[in-house]
Unconditional design. Sequence first.
Length: 161
Amino acid sequence: MIIDNAGELIGDWESVYQGYFPGDPDEVLRDTLNGLARARSTQPYDPATSAFYAFGLVWTYGYVASGDPDPELTRQVTTTLAALAVTDSPCAAHEAHPCDDGLDTHLEAFEPLLTLLIDLSDDYTWDDLAEATGTATDPESVWRCPHNVAGFARAAAEAIG
């Protein structure tokens, strides 16, 4: 699935994360929820696109936790994150995931992560991300792992409450 406005979304998510989005952050969250719903229902399923929107939603959790969004939107975000937190099977491929380091530990690396997930980056490599986050082995696989996405979603849902 091609995301035509991926660069714009990443910029919007970063602005919401930093607390200086000049527009309506609630609209950004609605667009993210809609994009995630489309990505999760598209056949054939594209895990990278779903992870892109899921990480975008996680990246904005601080705004949602602040209590500023519309209460119904907060409920939708929390419900969606809780659904993303459910995984089907145990992960045998990785001993650890970046999500194990805590929710806020790697948020500063989400911009390059998001560009790498959808092959949008000419500036970053998976090795750059590994160096920035301390992900020693196979950074692409460990960051893309459904258990990593689920772990970040779980932590964000819990932080929002």
